[in-house]
Design a protein around this ligand. Structure first.
Ligand code: NCD
Length: 332
């Protein structure tokens, strides 16, 4: 299991965006300034129009993007593939490279990256190893690498859509009170979201995690030093009633050494139910989840207007990834 994620990579080690996305790797949320985030959100709004009107686009015409996914994915893979196609580009779809490429014959990760950079204009990478996106960015000499989730470390493009969803709802990303629930130790979406929210002032996050899946201590300290007010709580009964959002996550089964270990910890998982919302959630909050939910949100909650995970949140994944690709390819 991972020990620390947020503290591992200081921002000095990643190339800052500073208003210029063209050709840059996207490895960590630490590369973004507030201005960079707004550039993505503003363009995402235009992408939304484009999608809603089914307007044909040539923004990525002539571009081929490799989608190299060493881990299962529905939303991230699907939305990246859709984003490229909606913008007139093409994809090289490689799911399970360890089964269907020369990785199976023993080819190294670095060689695999160099092969696919020869065939495409960007590589979108998901990998079970923390730090794999950075390693790929170093191996690729000619094309940018986009981190679509590396182990328990980060998932920066998920945070773009999560922040976009919060911004869309509240018109701001500061002075927010949130509740993060689930596998705080292993959830890369949580880790990147914390980094993102730390760019804005006066954000307070309550964290509700099973005892053995609490945020790594180094990450806790690193997050606090970034200015986020972090408060760990131990049970649903401690959920404050003033949260602007709840961010629910599953226990990350694939990060455990054995099914038995997972079973043991998953037994202590938290479940969002209509009763829980009725008791602790305010009227104008939103309930988010990067998904998949694995018994962690009662389907009865889906009807609640505040539940955005199958509505704006997943749709924003498409719009923000379209925006990001256009910016990186210098076609915005
Ligand atoms: C997340 C991931 O893969 O990290 N899913 C996603 O990309 N939407 C969350 C998860 O798998 O639990």
């Amino acid at each position: 299991m991972s020990m620390s994620n947020i503290a591992t990579y200081p921002s000095s080690q990643v190339e800052a965006i500073h208003g210029n996305f063209q050709g840059k790797d996207i490895v960590s949320l630490d590369q973004f300034t507030v201005g960079d985030l707004y550039m993505v959100f503003n363009l995402a709004l235009k992408m939304r129009e484009l999608v809603l009107t089914s307007e044909p686009s040539q923004i990525l015409a002539g571009k081929v993007i490799s989608l190299l996914f060493f881990e299962p994915s529905s939303r991230t893979f699907g939305s990246f593939a859709s984003a490229v196609k909606r913008l007139g580009g093409q994809t090289l779809d490689i799911q399970n490279p360890e089964m269907v490429t020369s990785v199976h014959k023993g080819e190294t990760f670095e060689d695999t990256i160099r092969v696919f950079e020869a065939y495409s204009d960007a590589i979108v990478l998901r990998h079970p190893r923390s730090g794999a996106a950075r390693a790929a960015a170093e191996a690729a000499r000619f094309v940018p690498v986009i981190n679509a989730g590396d182990g328990t470390n980060e998932h920066p493009t998920q945070t773009l859509l999560d922040l976009c969803t919060l911004y869309e709802r509240f018109g701001r990303l500061d002075h927010l009170t949130g509740l993060l629930v689930g596998d705080a130790l292993n959830s890369r979406t949580m880790h990147s979201l914390m980094r993102g929210l730390s760019l804005f002032e006066h954000n307070r996050l309550y964290i509700l995690a099973p005892d053995q899946l609490r945020l790594a201590r180094d990450d806790f300290v690193a997050c606090r030093s970034r200015g986020i007010e972090l408060i760990e709580i131990a049970s649903e009964r401690e959920i404050p009633t003033n949260c602007d959002f709840w961010y629910w996550t599953r226990i990350q089964q694939e990060r455990f050494s054995s099914p038995e270990e997972y079973q043991k910890l998953a037994a202590g998982k938290f479940v969002a139910t209509p009763e829980l919302l009725a008791r602790y959630a305010k009227k104008d909050m939103i309930l988010m989840d990067p998904l998949p939910r694995v018994g962690t949100i009662d389907p009865m909650v889906d009807q609640d207007e505040r539940a955005v995970y199958l509505r704006s949140q997943i749709r924003n994944g498409l719009y923000t990834r379209m925006a990001l690709l256009a910016l990186i390819m210098g076609r915005a």
